[in-house]
Ligand binder design. Structure first.
Ligand code: P1T
Length: 377
């Protein structure tokens, strides 16, 4: 199966027609348990927290997309991050990028700091700063690339090489999706996603997922998945699997639309700055061309001030004001007061004049007209 191209894997990996009925889609195995012929004898499934066939299909499909041997699915992106953090013990140190999803900051500093983990928030575009941040206690390097919401890039290959032995390199690949970059191939040990976003793709499911090629890490994470129990429901696994089937074609349109919108906004007098890796003005455009197959569907802009930003997000009609991203429909939001409110008083607070766009797959001219009217006095 792994010899097939990515677009073929999105549709077929991990999925065989049902042997009894021929059903082309994996059934939603809505069952909590499995009848056994004898104690400790079973057909690979004994209890649905531990394993479920619909989840297995999703995990195998996703692993193929990331070029991985193993996949593990969770109830949300945060449950995935949480499970990875549980690989660590009190006293361990984590080097993490200084621009991440607000919920990641909250989990690290407001939950795990209480359990004795220490975090250094570092500019991942500065390799010397990253190098200087490692201590003998560092066990994890956490990269988000492109970052949420500034769309900065971390050079996965360079950072994976820089990380001392014994440091797990984990990449949150939510913004790119495996259609645009495959971090394990660049030296990362774990890749994770909020499956709520591009993988699901239709704003109808919350989920998370990770992949690895490291058998030992997989065994530890699989143990934690079962021991902690933040697993996805079979229906949710089905929805993500179905979403993944169109990942390639959706990403093509997301990227094409976002590129046009980024250029349109760059020329707009009301916009002070545009962050989009596909623009020549992006400080890491060269890295983006090397590391990513295309530049993604997320665009962030800086407006005159917070009031103007908050006004704009209430004036769009096609872009819906909502948290989240990666669905077929376009969304707009104000990170400072919404997705990143948990960082507001911290060193990694985002600019209150920043507006984030998740560019959907509608007709781009309708999207541009909507932004134009929202930016006009
Ligand atoms: O929402 P959840 O499925 O738990 O995923 C958390 C998460 C993890 N990583 C990144 C990069 C994310 O963007 C998110 C969730 N982000 C939003 C809800 C948002 O609007 O930014």
């Amino acid at each position: 199966m792994s010899d097939y191209h990515f677009d073929t894997l999105t549709i077929h990996a991990g999925q065989e027609p049902d042997p009894t009925t021929g059903a082309i889609m994996p059934p939603i195995y809505q069952t909590s348990t499995y009848v056994q012929p004898a104690p400790a004898e079973h057909k690979g499934y004994e209890y649905s927290r531990t394993d479920n066939p619909t989840r297995t299909a999703l995990q195998d499909c996703f692993a193929a997309l990331e070029g991985a041997k193993y996949g593990l699915a969770f109830a949300s992106g945060m449950a995935t991050t949480d499970t990875i953090l549980r690989l660590l013990k009190p006293g361990d140190h984590v080097v993490v990028g200084n621009d991440v999803y607000g919920g990641t900051y909250r989990l690290f500093e407001r939950v795990y700091a209480r359990y004795g983990l220490h975090f250094s928030w570092v500019d991942l575009t500065d390799l010397d700063a990253v190098k200087a941040a490692f201590t003998p206690q560092t066990r994890l390097l956490w990269l988000e690339t492109p970052t949420n919401p500034y769309l900065a890039l971390a050079d996965i290959e360079a950072l994976a090489q820089l990380a001392p032995d014994g440091v797990i390199v984990a990449v949150d690949n939510t913004f790119a999706s495996p259609a645009l970059q495959q971090p394990l191939k660049l030296g990362a040990h774990i890749v994770m996603h909020s499956a709520t976003k591009y993988l699901g793709g239709h704003s109808d499911v919350v989920g998370g997922i990770l992949a690895t090629n490291d058998a030992e890490l997989y065994e530890q994470l699989k143990f934690l998945q079962n021991a902690v129990g933040a697993v996805p429901a079979p229906l949710d696994c089905f929805l993500v699997l179905r979403g993944i089937k169109t990942l390639s074609v959706r990403m093509e349109r997301h990227c094409e639309n976002a590129m046009k919108i980024a250029r349109f906004l760059e020329d707009h007098p009301a916009v002070k700055r545009v962050y989009y890796p596909g623009l020549e003005s992006h400080p890491q455009h060269e890295l983006a061309k090397r590391q990513m197959r295309a530049f993604g569907g997320m665009v962030s802009i800086i407006l005159e001030n917070e009031a103007v930003a908050k006004l704009m997000v209430t004036r769009t009609k096609l872009f819906s004001l909502a948290e989240s991203l990666g669905g077929v429909e376009s969304l707009i939001e104000h990170p400072y007061s919404m997705t990143h409110a948990s960082t507001a008083d911290s060193d990694i607070a985002v600019n209150p004049a920043l507006v984030r766009l998740s560019v959907g797959i509608e007709h781009v001219e309708d999207l541009m007209a909507d932004l134009q009217q929202a930016l006009t006095d």
